[in-house]
Write a protein that binds this ligand. Structure first.
Ligand code: ARG
Length: 582
C-alpha cells in the first residue's frame, strides 16, 4: 500500500530536528553567517509564548550587523516551512517563539507510543565509555563520598548505556598501598575473632587504628610494618593470603550494600591489579623526559598547567595514588580503547585529577578524561560514627529508610499482604535515599532530611512512585470498563491546553536524557520527571478520563500510558524502582 503519510524519523530528537531546520534556513537566508555559528532551538522558557524557541538572532546580530529583531522577523517571514512547526512569532529584543504543528505532534505521539525507546534515538556512533565509580577502600567502611559516587555513578552508567553507548563500569577498589603493612601487624596482634565475624570491616579498621597508633610511638613496630609491606609487595605467601582475606571480607560487606542498591559492575579491578605495571609506567615517564628529581623523590613538573608538581615516586621508593592512576589509564586505553573515561569522586580530589590528567596527556593519552566531582552531603544525626566524624553507617541509613517506608505503605495500603508491603517499602525507602542524592545539583552542598526524602508531596522518590502507580492504574480501570475496546487504534490527539502541555512535556524526554547524561547531571532528569508528574496531576484534575466521550477518552488513556512509561523509564535510569501499587 502506497502511503504519503510522513514516516517518522526517530533517529533525531525534537530539538535536533528543529535545530537542523533552523540552522539550514538561517544559513540560506543570511549567507554572511560564519560556518560553525551556534544556532539552536531549545524548549521555550515559558509555555505561554510557545513550545520551543530560538535565540540565535541575539548572537548573530553582531556579525551580521543587523538588529536582532530585524533578523528574527526576516526569519519568521521567509524561512521555508518545517513539518514540525505551525507558527512563529518574534518576541522581546529578538527571540523566535515556535509553536508545534498539531498534526505533527499527533503523529509523533503515535510514533513514540509504538516505540519501545519512547523516541530516544540510539547514539551513532556509539562510544566506549569507562565509568570509574564507587571505589571504596579495603578494610575501611564506605565513606559518604563512596555512597554518593555509587549512586551518581550508577545513574550515569544507566543513562549512557540507555543512549546506546558501550559502558564499562569499573569499581576501582583501594586495595593496595602502604596501609597494608600496618594492618597486617595489627591483624596478627589485636584481632578479636568474634568481632571479626560480626562486623568484619569495623574490626579490621579497629586493628589498623590500634596498630597505627602504636607505630606512631614505637619505631621498632613501624619498621616491622614496613618489612611486612615489602614482603607483601614481593609476593610473600602468608602476607598475600592475609591481604586476600582483607579484600574478601570487605567485598562481602560492600556487595551486600551494592545488592541493596541494585548496583553491579562490569569490572572490579582494584589498584592492586595495576601493581605490576607501575615500574613500566615510570619507564614511560622517563622515556618521555618528564621526570625530575626533587628531594629524593621523582616528580612531573606541571608549570604549563599552573599546577603543583605531581609526585610519582616517593623518596622511599614507594609509588603513590597518582602513579597508580597513570598506570591504570594507560592500561585502560590499551585494553578497551575508550573515547571517554569518567571518574566519579568527591570534590576533595579535584587537584589529584587535574594533575594526573595533565601527566596522562603528556604521555600522549588523548581520550576525553573527565573528573565528575560532587560535594559532600550532610546526613542526619546518628549516621556518623563518633570516632572519625565522617564515617557513615550506610546500612543503618538504608534500614531506617525501609522501616519508615514500611509505615507509609502500611497506612496507604492496609489490605496489601505483608510480604508485598515489605517489597514495596524496599523500593520506596531505597528510592528515597537515592533520589535525595540524585535530585540535587551534584556540586551543591545538600543536607539530607527524612522529611524531604520521604515526602509524599514535593520533589521526592515516593511522590514520583505514587504518581507512577496512579497513572498506571488508569489503563487498568479503562480495561475493566471497556474490555473489548481497541485502545491502540485510537489516535492520541491533545485538544485541551492542559493536554497539549502534557504532550509537550512527553516529547522532551529524549532531549532531557541526553542532556542529563552529557552534562553529567542526573538532576536534570529528576527535575524533568518531577515536572512531568506535576503537569500530569493538573491534567488529571482538570479533564475527565473514563467519563469523556469515545475517542477523547481513548486519547487520554493513551496519554496516561505514555506518562507512566516515561516515569518508569526515567526512574529506572536513576536506579529507582516503580512498584505497580504503593
Ligand atoms: N579509592 C579512592 C578513595 O576512596 C577513590 C578512587 C577513585 N578512582 C580513581 N581512579 N582514583 O578516595
Amino acid at each position: 500500500m502506497a502511503s504519503d503519510e510522513k514516516v517518522f524519523d526517530m533517529k533525531w530528537t525534537v530539538e535536533q530536528q528543529l535545530s537542523a531546520w533552523a540552522r539550514g534556513e538561517f544559513f540560506r537566508l543570511f549567507p554572511g553567517i560564519p560556518p560553525g555559528a551556534g544556532i539552536e532551538v531549545v524548549v521555550a522558557t515559558d509555555d505561554a509564548f510557545g513550545d520551543y524557541q530560538c535565540n540565535a538572532p541575539m548572537s548573530l546580530a553582531k556579525t551580521l550587523r543587523m538588529a536582532p529583531r530585524v533578523l528574527a522577523e526576516r526569519f519568521v517571514k521567509d524561512a521555508a516551512p518545517s513539518p514540525l512547526v505551525a507558527s512563529m512569532e518574534v518576541a522581546g529584543p529578538g527571540f523566535i517563539n515556535i509553536r508545534l504543528s498539531a498534526n505533527w505532534l499527533q503523529q509523533h505521539l503515535a510514533a513514540i507510543a509504538l516505540d519501545e525507546r519512547l523516541g530516544v534515538p540510539l547514539v551513532d556512533p556509539a562510544e566506549t565509555i569507562i565509568i570509574d565509580y564507587s571505589s571504596p577502600n579495603i578494610a575501611k567502611p564506605m565513606h559518604i563520598a563512596h555512597i554518593r559516587s555509587t549512586v551518581i555513578g550508577n545513574a550515569l552508567d544507566r543513562m549512557f548505556r540507555h543512549l546506546g553507548h558501550r559502558v564499562l563500569s569499573d569499581n576501582h577498589l583501594g586495595d593496595w598501598g602502604t596501609q597494608f603493612g600496618i594492618l597486617i601487624l595489627g591483624y596478627r596482634h589485636f584481632r578479636n575473632p568474634d568481632a571479626l565475624a560480626a562486623e568484619p570491616i569495623q574490626e579490621l579498621e579497629r586493628c589498623y587504628v590500634a596498630s597505627y597508633d602504636k607505630a606512631k610511638a614505637d619505631e621498632a613496630w613501624m619498621d616491622e610494618a614496613r618489612r611486612e609491606l615489602v614482603k607483601l609487595q614481593q609476593g610473600d605467601k602468608e602476607n598475600r593470603s592475609l591481604w586476600r582475606t582483607f579484600v574478601e571480607l570487605s567485598l562481602k560487606e560492600f556487595n551486600r550494600i551494592y545488592d541493596r542498591l541494585g548496583v553491579s559492575f562490569d569490572l572490579v579491578r582494584g589498584e592492586s591489579f595495576y601493581h605490576d605495571l607501575l615500574a613500566g609506567t615510570l619507564e614511560r615517564l622517563t622515556e618521555a623526559n618528564l621526570l625530575e628529581e626533587s628531594e629524593g623523590a621523582l616528580v612531573v613538573k606541571l608549570e604549563e598547567e599552573k599546577l603543583p608538581v605531581c609526585l610519582v615516586r616517593k623518596s622511599d621508593g614507594g609509588f603513590n595514588y597518582a602513579t597508580t592512576d597513570i598506570a591504570t589509564v594507560l592500561s585502560r586505553v590499551d585494553e578497551f580503547k575508550p573515547s571517554r573515561i569518567l571518574y566519579v569522586t568527591d570534590e576533595r580530589q579535584q587537584l589529584h585529577f587535574k594533575q594526573f590528567f595533565a601527566v596522562a596527556r603528556r604521555l600522549g593519552v588523548n581520550v576525553q578524561l573527565e573528573h565528575i566531582w560532587f560535594g559532600l552531603m550532610r546526613l542526619p544525626e546518628g549516621t556518623f560514627s563518633t570516632r572519625q566524624g565522617n564515617v557513615i553507617k550506610l546500612e543503618r541509613l538504608l534500614d531506617e529508610a525501609e522501616s519508615r517506608a514500611f509505615e507509609m505503605v502500611r497506612t496507604s495500603s492496609p489490605d496489601m499482604p505483608e510480604e508485598q508491603q515489605r517489597a514495596v517499602a524496599r523500593a520506596v525507602g531505597i528510592g528515597a535515599v537515592k533520589y535525595a542524592d540524585l535530585s540535587q545539583n551534584p556540586q551543591s552542598l545538600v543536607t539530607f532530611t527524612w522529611d524531604k526524602a520521604l515526602a509524599l508531596e514535593g520533589n521526592s522518590a515516593p511522590y514520583l512512585q505514587y504518581a507512577f502507580a496512579r497513572v498506571a492504574s488508569v489503563k487498568d480501570k479503562y480495561r475493566e470498563r471497556f474490555p473489548a475496546a481497541r485502545l491502540e487504534e485510537y489516535p492520541i490527539r491533545p485538544v485541551e491546553p492542559v493536554e497539549w502541555l502534557l504532550a509537550n512535556r512527553l516529547i522532551r524526554f529524549p532531549d532531557v536524557l541526553s542532556r542529563a547524561a552529557n552534562q553529567y547531571r542526573p538532576n536534570l532528569l529528576a527535575d524533568y520527571l518531577y515536572e512531568l508528574a506535576q503537569v500530569y496531576s493538573r491534567f488529571y484534575q482538570n479533564v475527565p478520563f473514563l467519563k469523556a466521550e469515545e475517542g477523547v477518552r481513548e486519547s487520554r488513556v493513551r496519554l496516561c500510558e505514555l506518562v507512566a512509561r516515561t516515569l518508569r523509564t526515567g526512574l529506572y535510569l536513576l536506579g529507582i524502582e516503580t512498584p505497580d501499587r504503593i
